[in-house]
Design a protein around this ligand. Sequence first.
Ligand code: GYE
Length: 328
Amino acid sequence: MKRYFNIILSVILILAFASCGKKKIPEGTEKDLFVIGFSQVGSESDWRLANTESMVQTFKNENGYELIVENAKQQQDNQLSAIRNFILEDVDLIIIAPTIEEGWDTVLNEVHDAGIPVIIIDRSVNVWNKDLFLTNIGSDFFEQGSRAISWLEENDDSSPGNRLKILHLQGTLGATAQIQRTKALEDAMKEHPNWTMVSQLYGDFTEAKAYEVMTEYLKKSRDIDVIYSENDNMTFGAMRALDEAGITYGEGGQVKIITFDATKKALQYCLDGKINLCVECNPMHGPYVLDLIEKYRAGEAIPKQVYVEESVFTKDDLTQDFINSRGY
Ligand code: GYE
């Protein structure tokens, strides 16, 4: 009796393990799912949530994909362990949205040795061997910064002999979005002797951090003409701090606000005259990544760098209908 019991138990265990395999067969098809491990930066901003959603909506089971999303909570170490787990799980492809640019050589070599292809999205990685990833899809962050600078050049209304006082809110240090947006501003500072940087504050791309640093800053000084904020959520935090300090901003206000991302909420503030310029950063990467993966799987060549389409918005470019129809 015990022998029969053991045999039945073994069969149950084998069936249980077999059903835990990574490749589930979608109902009604005989085809295996293509399994993708996606190491996402975190959920620090509205942009990030829209980016994750775009990936989830694109890589669905009914399209032949299984997407495993790992949220790194803005910690590179979390990404490294998620990626090593993806290797153990033997996924078909790994997508990484890297927190920062440095520190990827070792883990990407491990992925390479395991024979798993890698796609980098959003920000970039700085590795010696560029063959460690297939392609990098994201924004041209320096171009975004340059667009902001062009607008500021055209809207610099500081009177002759007076300086234009710029406060810079920075995102996660070492992230491509921070490095390049900062570079565009710092380069421009050198070319405009009448522009002065009153402070660079670290906001880590989050509303809470930006609110905190701005509140502290405004206790010491209120003399600001422009806020150059490297993402919408930091902008929202800064706006709250300005409100509490009784400082006006936006159209006709003391402080001009430039923000990056152009998510729905920021566009609404722009239409309402509270934000002067929204520099768009397109988070809808899903369709771009899908296209490249399909090409790769079909054995076609794919470009090493792909930039998504984006533009800039002032109040004059916006209508309520346009904002309502936006996906993010
Ligand atoms: O601007 C910010 C997010 O890397 C483009 O990260 C992304 C940036 C985006 O947290 O909102």
